[in-house]
Ligand binder design. Structure first.
Ligand SMILES: Cc1ncc(COP(=O)(O)O)c(C=O)c1O
Length: 437
């Protein structure tokens, strides 16, 4: 079978360490040796690979970046206008100020904004500001927040041989050992773990960093209790809204829970595939950015804020979150029903717009690989996750769920007859890292 994407990927790995720039785009995570790997064209949720084969993306849609669907006409028009007017100059782009107005209006607790262009770097800006503001070093966190030293320091261990154990799959080689003990993890919804960190270092915590919601809702009172702890110890509360933001409401997911942070960070969900990130915060905290050095040339381009303005305005104007929730709810129910009818044991989770399922079996990873292989043959990019976009329509969902039911039945049979490996045309997919949630 001709697979120009795989040929390109084989070549890529000889020149680009790891093959791609993003762990989640490694073909080995999805379907080793078979995943199309590269695209020639994408529009909405339709993708064409290098051989012109067409797929419907019922998986990650730009790893969560294309919330409206790829190539949204309104966003692309704003980007084209930014290009027409000139993307970069010695002077600044006024869209930065317009966007600050809009973000602050949507989050009335906030007063100031800084910008970056990607999620991990924006989180690093937030942590730097928190450390500058508190003049403290340690950070308590749960969840995933990027590749930077402040975060990966959590994966250093007292004994070198144990490095990498906490967040399996994220190796901290190259992170200074001097940072050992500066990033202190707790699990979401586990106040005891957070209290233990705080009790151990009562005057040393600069920030408590977490997503307000991701896999499951907060237990009643959890976010309020974290807020109270941050206030008690004088730490900056940072909500990472990079992936959850704007999918449940027009703004940060924290708005739904009524718990306001000191800093909220937005990135890939706000600009529909164009690089943009915003660090939003209370005035006194954000002013600490003035006491340190945070500065980068490409944080000043015009396309980023222009794309974010168009994306966020569309989110607000068309109540996009309702559509995302609706699509995700249909998918979660559809997976459950299809799996039940097919006799496959699965666990479904995630907030509706960021849904996922896991096959409950000791051969789960091989079974999920077979699912992806069979769905690819039916014209779907399909993994264990569905990130809803504004371009997904009921027809996509119905046809996909029908395909899922047939595929679940084949997978269930293969598991029962113990012939999974015979049916796979390539190796079992690798597992990514486990998020600490
Ligand atoms: C919650 C969260 N924080 C941070 C990041 C890192 O963002 P980026 O990949 O843009 O650096 C991600 C990306 O998946 C994320 O989901």
């Amino acid at each position: 079978m001709n697979n120009s994407g795989q040929n390109t990927y084989v070549k890529a790995k000889t020149m680009i360490p790891g093959g791609t720039q993003l762990l989640s785009k490694r073909p080995e995570l999805h379907l080793p040796e078979q995943w199309p790997s590269y695209y020639s064209r994408v529009k909405g949720v339709e993708v064409w690979d290098l051989d012109g084969k067409h797929y419907v993306d019922m998986s990650y849609n730009g790893i969560g970046a294309c919330v409206l669907g790829a190539g949204d006409p309104d966003v692309d028009e704003a980007v084209r206008a930014a290009i027409e007017a000139g993307n970069m100059s010695t002077l600044n782009a006024p869209e930065e100020v317009e966007l600050a107005d809009l973000l602050i209006e949507l989050h009335p607790w906030s007063e100031m904004v800084r910008y970056a262009r990607s999620g991990g770097e924006a989180m690093t800006v937030a942590v730097r500001i928190a450390r500058a503001y508190t003049q403290r070093d340690r950070v308590a966190f749960c969840g995933y927040h990027g590749w930077h030293d402040w975060y990966l320091a959590a994966n250093l261990a007292e004994e070198k041989a144990l490095d990498g154990h906490l967040l399996p799959g994220l190796e901290p080689a190259g992170v200074p050992r001097g940072l050992l003990g500066t990033a202190l993890p707790f699990h979401y919804n586990n106040l005891d773990e957070l209290e233990a960190i705080v009790n151990k270092y009562p005057d040393e915590i600069a920030a408590i960093v977490m997503e307000p919601v991701r896999d499951h809702d907060p237990e009643p009172g959890f976010l309020e209790a974290v807020r109270a702890i941050a206030d008690r110890i004088g730490a900056v509360m940072v909500f990472d809204e990079i992936t959850a933001g704007f999918r449940l409401t027009p703004g940060g997911a924290h708005l739904l829970h009524g718990v306001m942070p000191d800093i909220a960070v937005f990135a890939k969900a706000i600009s529909n595939g164009y690089p943009m990130a915003a660090i939003l915060g209370r005035r006194d905290v954000m002013q600490a950015a003035q006491s340190t050095f945070i500065s980068s040339t490409y944080w000043t381009d015009r396309i980023g804020p222009a794309a974010a303005l168009a994306t966020i305005r569309k989110f607000c104007r068309e109540n996009v979150h309702n559509h995302l929730i609706h699509m995700g709810t249909l998918i979660q129910a559809g997976w459950q029903e299809a799996a039940q009818r097919a006799g496959l044991d699965i666990h479904v989770g995630g907030i509706a717009p960021l849904s996922h399922f896991a096959i409950q079996n000791e051969k789960a990873q091989a079974a999920r690989t077979l699912f992806t292989q069979l769905m690819l043959e039916k014209g779907y990019l399909a993994t264990g996750a569905f990130y809803a976009t504004y371009s997904h329509q009921s027809e996509h969902v119905e046809a996909y769920l029908e395909a899922c039911e047939d595929t679940f039945a084949v997978v269930a049979k293969a598991l029962k007859q113990n012939v999974l490996m015979e049916q796979l045309k390539g190796p079992v997919a690798h597992t990514g890292f486990r998020r600490l949630t």
